[in-house]
Design a protein around this ligand. Structure first.
Ligand SMILES: N[C@@H](CCC(=O)N[C@@H](CS)C(=O)NCC(=O)O)C(=O)O
Length: 225
């Protein structure tokens, strides 16, 4: 059976929620992130979760591939859209934006300033600039959600499940991201979805602290989403 490698409350939650929503024949293996936790390198293609392990051992990494792959296991699901349709392209466009602009280019930078300067004195400035940039990156999403309940069409799609986990991190980033009312309302709608409630209940509390400042003597051990 296909296996999802996940960790409680991490960016694997969207994939877990799809599995719950579509009742897919996929098992969820929960790993522990952080010091003393699981070594992701040998288990995953890029040392990150989520990852899928197929029956023949093939490993698939990245939400941008995993979320569509899981949704396509139930052809015709309202969580996604038909091949070649504009809606499918819009859903994938949001997933790409969230993975790159919200997560990779800004949130991770703010959480890991030591990767961008060897000078500890520069880290707070990097952290603050990254959070300003994260706020800017949320603006197109905020504008869209001020007029729409969901990202594409009038229904929940895999793009919403992707965004939802990041929306849940926003309160951890403090005042820099406190003025996003439409995103905050979206986050409440996301958290109330039965599939999200089921996935969160099965996962239990996160093994990492979203938006955490470095708390370890060795910053390489810092684990934040
Ligand atoms: N671009 C990846 C990012 C995945 C990612 O950053 N996962 C985090 C958990 S939220 C992780 O595996 N962190 C472990 C680490 O960085 O050591 C995706 O969207 O799937």
């Amino acid at each position: 059976m296909i296996q999802l490698l996940a960790s409680p409350g991490a960016t694997s939650l969207p994939a877990h929620a799809i599995i719950r929503a579509l009742d897919l024949p996929v098992t969820v293996r929960l790993l522990t992130l952080g010091p003393g936790g699981d070594d992701l390198a040998p288990l995953t293609p890029y040392g990150r979760i989520p990852a899928l392990v197929l029956d023949d051992g093939t490993l698939i990494g990245e939400n941008a591939a995993i979320l569509p792959f899981l949704a396509d296991m139930r052809p015709g699901t309202s969580l996604f859209a038909p091949t070649g349709s504009v809606e499918r392209a819009l859903i994938q466009s949001w997933i790409g934006y969230i993975a790159s602009e919200i997560h990779g280019a800004t949130q991770r930078v703010g959480n890991r300033p030591h990767l961008y300067s060897d000078d500890p004195a520069a880290h707070e400035g990097i952290r603050q600039a990254a959070r300003r940039r994260l706020r800017e990156a949320y603006q197109p999403i905020e504008d869209h959600l001020a007029r729409n309940d969901w990202l594409v069409g009038d229904r929940v799609t895999i793009a919403d499940l992707h965004l939802g986990v990041f929306a849940g991190y926003v309160p951890h980033f403090g005042p820099a991201l406190s003025d996003l009312p439409a995103l905050s309302a979206f986050s409440a709608r996301f958290e109330a979805l039965p599939a999200v409630l089921a996935a969160r209940a099965a996962e239990g509390p996160p093994s990492f602290r979203p938006g955490a400042r470095p708390v370890f003597a060795n910053p390489a051990q810092e684990v934040t989403a």
